[in-house]
Design a protein around this ligand. Structure first.
Ligand SMILES: [Zn+2]
Length: 64
């Protein structure tokens, strides 16, 4: 069986172009935020949370 989705890659931040940074809290809360988010810079780009990394990346890639 090879029904696996190709590995999803988080695109660069849609606001500032900085690399995306996958985040995780507990075992089932994932999201992706800009590597210059908050204290690391002053970008406000953050994706919706998902229950796995793939969902989080999909949400992040929806940001514009
Ligand atoms: Zn950014």
């Amino acid at each position: 069986m090879s029904d696996q989705v190709p590995t999803l890659k988080a695109q660069p931040c849609p606001k500032c172009g900085a690399p995306a940074e996958p985040q995780k809290a507990g075992s089932n809360r994932f999201w992706v935020q800009c590597s210059k988010f908050g204290r690391q810079g002053n970008c406000s780009a953050i994706g919706q949370q998902g229950s796995n990394k793939k969902e989080a990346i999909i949400e992040w890639n929806k940001l514009r």
